[in-house]
Design a protein around this ligand. Structure first.
Ligand code: WQD
Length: 337
């Protein structure tokens, strides 16, 4: 059986990808150090799948421990690498924590892939590398801007490290640049768990809807957009997960490719106010909100050109904005039931 190592596999996108990999006939080896996730997610994934998953609690910065995982699972033929610290604001306060963890883990992984002859890698990257794009929609040839945060810089540097290692060691690697993943598995038992204050728009919306918060603060209403609020490209996390299955299959079967970069988005932009209205349409719940000052570092508008994902991966998003928001709301409700 073909095993795929999924680093950060108990995280938000990782856990959804573990489900889709299993559905596609792969055997995931789920690796996580539990620094940004909870062991409870393992049981939730197993409940969805109706079968146990292979789990390895390992800090990827410990190269010997990571090497043992490869030795315990010689059937690993590919890796999907999600594991990373991912909080933009925290990365500004603690840059060295982010550089050490996010880059050392990637370097250890690449060295071991080369040593163990595991050639195929899919890397979790981000549209954050585009900064404020020169034109919209953004395609993969868009210029890469200086990172807005150490977190964003670890994604940009991670791509460069992977590209150079792939060329030098004949690895087959694809970096996937996510736009804004939202939503949850339709079981309602896995989703974007929050550890205290949310960090993204949709959890703020669902926590306002359920009454954990009195109102949603809209960060800025004076941008040069349709309604003055920021535009983002929201994409269902299950569509993102399915793209990872296509990408690892592509990396495993190709001979020509050493390195490629692919955008993952819906191809559509939505403003913050449009998201509030879409949530109300999807759930019937009004979201009290007020427009406040802009948030430092926000990009006014960004959304993806996904032509390449369709062409190279044979993938395109299937799930609508309303489905994304309804699933996020279902997950929020499951947390308090
Ligand atoms: C979306 C919009 C906010 C909260 C994140 C990650 C980034 C990348 C993409 C992974 C913005 C507005 C938010 C609130 C608001 N992901 N907002 N009120 O900023 O696009 O970036 O996803 O790599 O790394 O940081 O997502 O959900 O924080 O914000 O008005 O209470 O919602 O200003 O315009 P963002 P977000």
């Amino acid at each position: 059986m073909s095993k795929v190592l999924v680093t950060g596999g108990l995280g938000y996108i990782g856990s959804h990808t573990v489900v889709e990999l299993t559905n596609a006939g792969f055997t995931p080896v789920v690796l996580d150090d539990l620094s940004c996730s909870d062991l409870e997610v393992k049981g939730r994934i197993e409940k969805i799948l109706g079968s146990p998953i292979i789990f390895e609690e390992v800090d990827m910065c410990d190269k010997l421990a990571l090497a043992d995982v490869f030795d315990r699972h010689p059937e690993i033929t590919g890796v999907i690498h999600f594991a990373a610290f991912l909080l933009v604001n925290e990365s500004v306060d603690l840059p060295l924590k982010y550089y050490r963890n996010n880059l050392f883990s990637t370097i250890n992984l690449l060295e071991l892939m080369s040593e163990k002859k595991v050639k195929s890698l899919v890397f979790s990257s981000s549209c954050t590398v585009y900064g404020i794009p020169d034109k919209l929609p953004v395609d993969e040839n868009a210029s890469i801007k200086p990172a807005e945060s150490p977190y964003g810089n670890t994604k940009k540097m991670g791509e460069d490290i992977i590209r150079d290692a792939a060329l030098a060691h004949d690895l087959k690697c694809i970096s996937l640049r996510y736009f804004n993943p939202i939503g949850a598995h339709d079981s309602g038992i896995i989703g974007e768990f929050q550890d205290g204050e949310p960090h993204h728009l949709v959890p703020y919306i669902t926590e306002t809807a359920i009454g954990k918060r009195s109102e949603l603060k809209v960060f800025g209403g004076d941008y040069d957009t349709r309604d003055g609020t920021c535009v983002r490209d929201y994409i269902h996390v299950v569509d993102i997960a399915r793209a990872h299955v296509n990408a690892i299959e592509q990396a495993m079967k190709t001979d020509a490719l050493n390195y490629d970069v692919i955008n993952l988005g819906s191809g559509n932009g939505s403003t913050v106010l449009e998201m509030i209205h879409a949530f109300q349409n999807a759930t019937g719940i009004d979201i009290p909100h007020s427009i406040v000052a802009r948030r430092e570092g926000d990009v006014p508008a960004v959304y993806a050109d996904i032509t390449k994902a369709k062409k190279v991966l044979g993938w395109e998003p299937q799930l609508s904005l309303e489905t994304m928001l309804a699933s996020a709301w279902q997950f929020e409700q499951s947390l308090t039931s």
